[in-house]
Design a protein around this ligand. Structure first.
Ligand code: MTE
Ligand code: HPA
Ligand code: MOS
Length: 747
């Protein structure tokens, strides 16, 4: 397997280093690079003034994402200029010789600062259904609360990297680790001031993306391409871990306020949620991300009278971006907290409060964005899982344990997931594929999706092998390349296999149909007498190998190459009125987590996890299980140990694994029972009735902080809600324990 840094470097390949601002907000007064330019090994130095096209790599045309800072500096760590040298060490040493003068301006660093100053990257947005304010007034019970939810670094094993190779006429080929080759192509062309057809992007695979390579690859690709075009030499730009963590966007952190009205039965009657997300200095994808947080602030629960508002805060920090779940997880954390607050208030088991609020049949099946939920199975999953995981029995066992254990406390929680599948930007729901069958019967497969470890390539190859009824090894899975399938969407929103699987199926079917027409003519039989069976083809009384048929077809001048295209049906959304059907369908799952906490240190440990997840009719159960396990662990890291800290000057203090703790092998739950739902079958006509699996399992990990919070609540016999923000680090758990003890003492 070859990653970009493993590609044999072209002769004379340069290495590119980006020099960063050490001021969060300021005016770039002077940039004296004379000593940098004359340093040993330096071939080229680039500033904003050296950009021939537009100094912008924004994904949506907001024009607020400079490649290199120009006049204004927007965050601590922003690239100011780039140095290309024979070695990366020389480039870094040369960059240190620059004389930089920045006049500091006042910096807005936090969500609270931004809200107070009304500093936004995009306008606030509201979704509404029913009469939420009136419902709050008339509800028998009312609660208010606030929750803070932290961000997350992608921590893909392979950092951002691009290798640009110059061609003729100022053209350039960029090998880039990106989920969105077409967008990188557009941005590189924009920066170079060249048409799109001068730029080719190729991606064989990424060493992980997780959303962090949807928009964040463009800047480095553009700088490498610019060096290549200016010097006529190949140029590689590979960020080291610290640089990657400092210079690239992360999951948005959120603060959410809620006010809920409910009955004595725990059923929600009215809900008002107000969220604010830290977007950083530019819009990037924050419009769609914060929308997705709003779209998932219902999770699996029916909300009759509801108003959800969200603010997109502009801060002088790195611009936040896509991260698995794309805002959805943050929205879901809010509603799950609301449900737990209700349960504690009424003395209900949180599972009962959850069950009473689930979506149901007519009258209880419309989302806050006015879409009817037609495929709800959350109730089935919860029933099956709570039984198989022995929820009730363990609840009693844990209560007994806690009664006898003064310091260590256990907690248990079950949380469901409902995740909307489709890009909420409707036009992005399209995909293309290209298939060639060669005369030896081997197949070349290409499509617009990218491989990042999620198993997309093997799934799409399986679809093609199935269609031709040939062995999988006969299909060559080829690198994603903008010269083969154009105008693609990002491999994102978990829709990679849904969309590229369908596009590839269409291409394979076209070739298969041509082969059928040819065989019928050649053997003088009816078309329905031609069938494909295990590497062979039966044509009436004749039987021949797939390869033999392909050879005969070639000699008869039958075209053995085809494109395929897919557009997701049924979806439409009107953002003005916040209503429509943004999602083709929903993916569902549920998780039970048991934890232990130490009430003297705040440490926590996940003891056991039971998961039941719906992937429809799985295209590949082994890969799907891996996606569920990996997603859960990644979500667990987000909600327990991964904490991003910026200091008072806006400097990211946690920019290496020494200070930023992702889960390790030792953090895996001792018991980790993951099952795919056997009855799963997509009600919609997706590829072989499968369901998307990439992102939804991450949100199963919301059961972890709920189990922690349950353990803390045991200090009040489950009657008080723990004051616990995310991530639930030992410090936060300890503070919540102290707070609980004080409140319990005062009762
Ligand atoms: N799995 C691995 N191993 N590596 C990744 O980078 N990205 C996730 C998910 N699973 C990711 C992964 C994200 S954010 C998405 S949107 C989907 O994979 C994208 O791929 P798919 O649409 O083919 O599922
Ligand atoms: N998910 C992931 N990436 C996206 C989306 C989405 O819904 N919309 C635009 N880019
Ligand atoms: Mo995934 S966040 O949609 O790349």
């Amino acid at each position: 397997m070859i990653y970009i840094d493993d590609i044999v470097e072209p002769r004379g390949c340069l290495n590119v280093f980006a020099a960063r601002s050490s001021i969060a907000h300021g005016r770039l007064n002077a940039l004296d690079l004379s000593r940098t330019r004359s340093a040993p090994g330096v071939a080229c130095v680039l500033t904003a003034a050296d950009i021939p096209g537009q100094n912008d790599v924004s994904p949506t045309g907001t024009n607020d994402d400079p490649c290199l800072a120009d006049e204004l500096v927007h965050f601590h760590g922003q690239p100011l200029f780039a140095v290309a040298a024979e070695s990366i060490e020389e480039a870094r040493a040369a960059a240190a010789l620059a004389e930089i003068e920045i006049d500091p301006l006042e910096a807005i660093l936090t969500i609270e600062d931004a809200m107070a100053r009304k500093s936004f990257v995009l306008d606030p947005h509201t979704m509404r259904r029913g009469e939420p304010r009136e419902a709050l007034e008339t509800s028998p019970r009312r609660l208010r609360g606030r929750i803070e939810i932290g961000g997350q670094d992608h921590f893909y094993l392979e950092g951002q990297v691009s290798l640009a190779v110059p061609g003729e006429d100022g053209d350039v080929l960029v090998h880039c680790s990106t989920q969105h080759p077409s967008e990188v192509q557009h941005n590189v062309a924009k920066v170079l001031g060249r048409p799109d057809n001068a730029v080719t992007i190729e991606v064989r695979r990424m060493g992980g993306g997780f959303g962090g390579k949807e928009t964040q690859a463009s800047q480095w690709a553009a700088l490498a391409a610019l060096v290549a075009v200016k010097t006529g030499r190949a140029a590689k730009m590979r960020l080291d871990r610290d640089g990657d963590m400092i210079m690239t966007g992360k999951r948005h952190d959120f603060i959410a306020d809620y006010e809920v009205g409910f009955g004595d039965d725990g059923v929600i009657q009215g809900l008002v949620i107000d969220m604010a997300a830290r977007c950083g200095f530019s819009a990037d994808l924050s419009g769609a991300i914060v929308d997705r947080a709003m779209f998932h602030a219902d999770n699996c629960y029916h909300l009759d009278n509801v108003e959800i508002t969200a603010h997109r805060c502009r801060t002088n920090t790195v611009s936040n971006t896509a991260f698995s779940g794309f805002g959805g997880p943050q929205g879901m954390v809010v509603i799950e907290r609301v449900i737990e607050a209700i349960a504690r208030d009424l003395g209900l088991d949180p599972l009962d409060a959850r069950r009473r609020n689930l979506y149901g049949g007519p009258g209880r099946d419309v989302t806050p964005y006015h879409m009817t939920v037609e495929d709800n199975i959350a109730d089935h999953l919860i029933d099956e899982l709570s039984t198989s995981a022995r929820y009730d029995e363990r609840r009693a066992e844990i209560a007994a344990f806690n009664a006898a254990s003064p310091v260590l406390k256990r907690g248990l929680a079950i949380t469901p997931v409902k995740f909307g599948i489709s890009f909420t930007t409707t036009f992005l729901n399209q995909a293309g594929a290209l298939i060639h069958v060669y005369t030896d019967g081997s197949v070349h497969l290409n499509h617009g999706g990218t491989e990042m470890g999620q198993g997309l390539f093997i799934k799409v190859a399986q679809v093609v092998a199935e269609e031709f009824q040939i062995d999988l090894y006969r299909i060559k899975i080829s690198a994603t390349n903008t010269g083969k399938v154009p105008n693609t969407s990002a491999t994102a929103a978990s829709s990679g296999s849904d969309m590229n699987g369908m596009a590839a199926l269409a291409a394979a079917r076209t070739i298969r149909e041509r082969l059928v027409v040819f065989a019928a003519r050649h053997f003088n039989i009816a078309e329905d007498e031609v069938t494909f069976i295990a590497n062979r083809v039966r044509a009436g009384d004749h039987e021949l190998s797939f390869t033999e048929l392909v050879k005969l077809a070639y000699l008869d001048r039958v075209q053995l190459s085809a494109t395929g295209f897919y557009r997701t049906p049924k979806i439409q959304y009107d953002r003005e009125t916040a209503s429509g059907r943004p999602f083709y369908y929903f993916a569902y799952g549920a998780a039970v987590t048991e934890v232990a906490i130490d009430t003297l240190t705040g440490e926590s440990k996940v003891l056991a996890v039971d998961i039941l997840h719906d992937v429809g009719k799985s295209l590949n159960p082994v890969i799907d299980l891996g996606q569920v396990e990996g997603g859960f662990i990644q979500g667990m890291g987000w909600l327990t140990s991964e904490e991003l800290v910026w200091d008072g000057n806006g400097r990211l203090a946690t920019h290496a694994p020494s200070t930023y703790k992702i889960p390790t092998c030792g953090d895996r739950p001792e018991a980790f029972n993951v099952r795919l739902w056997e009855r799963g079958e997509n009600v919609e006509e997706t590829i072989h009735r499968s369901k998307a699996v990439g992102e939804p399992p991450l949100m199963l990990a919301i059961s972890v902080p709920h189990a922690i919070s349950d353990a803390i609540s045991s200090l009040s016999q489950g009657r008080l809600l723990a004051n616990l923000d995310m991530p639930a680090t030992p410090e936060r758990i300890l503070a919540a324990v102290e707070n609980m003890k004080a409140r319990e003492g005062a009762r």
